[in-house]
Design a binder for this molecule. Sequence first.
Ligand code: PHE
Length: 397
Amino acid sequence: MKRALLLALAILSLVLLGCPPKEGGTSSAGNEILVGEYASMSGPQATFGQTTHEGITLAVEEINAAGGINGRKIKILLEDDQSKQIEAANVVTKLISQSNVVAVLGEVASSCSIAAGPICQNYKVPMITPSSTNPEVTRKGDYVFRMCFVDSYQGENQANFAANYLHAKKAAVLVDVKSDYSTGLSEFFQGRFKELGGTIVANVSYANGDSDFKAQLTRVKAANPDILYVPGYYTDIGQIAIQARDLGMTQPLVGGDGWESPKLIEIGGKALEGCYYSNHYFADDPAPAVRDFVTKYTVRFKQKPGALAALGYDATKVLANALKRCAKIDGPTLRDEIAKTKDYAGVTGTITLGPDRNPIGKKLVVVEIKNGQLALAATIDPNAPATGATATTGSGK
Ligand code: PHE
């Protein structure tokens, strides 16, 4: 009886505290370093997880082929969170407490990163999100890092673009109330757009996964905006564009990085012609680092890499470099080494992490959907003087 009680208590404390991390998160099979990845491999944001995973895979293959981490190979343990916050929290707990991973890569959607960040923080296991842009993500604690710009920057630059390049004076905003990313980004956009003298003529909401947007769009149409600002995810965007055109609306839709998906144009088709979204990189960029990555990725996966693949690749390389510098691989040591990341020449730009664990001065691009393809409309590089038809100079249409 007493023994049974003790056993139950021991199991309970294991569940509550997690297993003490073994040095190096070594796999029982051998000498590999175990890294967790949690991703939306299925569900409404499935391409986010799938393309990020390909970027991570390519990076790991390169790192291991070049000798790994001081002779030890990296092994990625992938968990599908089905695009759900609750699952994100569950699988991250499992990766840390059962598989003993030394670090966690993920998620893409900010709401999922916000759900799992505190878990990594509690266990003192560093987490790097390649692509979650909501400011709250890295505020969950000093073990949480990101590789991408934040939404204050993205939303403000989108407002600059709308006002200066598209000469929009009236904007309607359609927000996904289920997503921290969408609600946050829309606030930053609206704040800046109003500062620039613009007016928000309609502000309507929907919930990720809705399929009928006609009621909201009818209200938007009545307000007669110059543009529709829609900071959502690709599946909804495609539907919103189609239904807006069905209602006879011809205004451009403008959105953020959440549009990025090989499925976007497949879903939205012609309805998306002349629409714009901001992104982290442009696959046809002539920069040597981008060309090199695009070539390697295309050989390996037979398709052009999107921004998520590039960010997943950069996140993995930054993690590997920090691992190589660790005198001893444990959570606190690895955390400190990731925090020291400086001037890393990534595919998505030079990565230097600031004291808030966000990269400093990352570039943003605006792409236009033109003839069913992505075309570069503007580049905003905080480290370089504005050139050409950049968003902020207003030399556009
Ligand atoms: N930034 C989005 C978020 O925080 C995720 C995303 C990034 C989606 C890049 C596509 C491309 O939710």
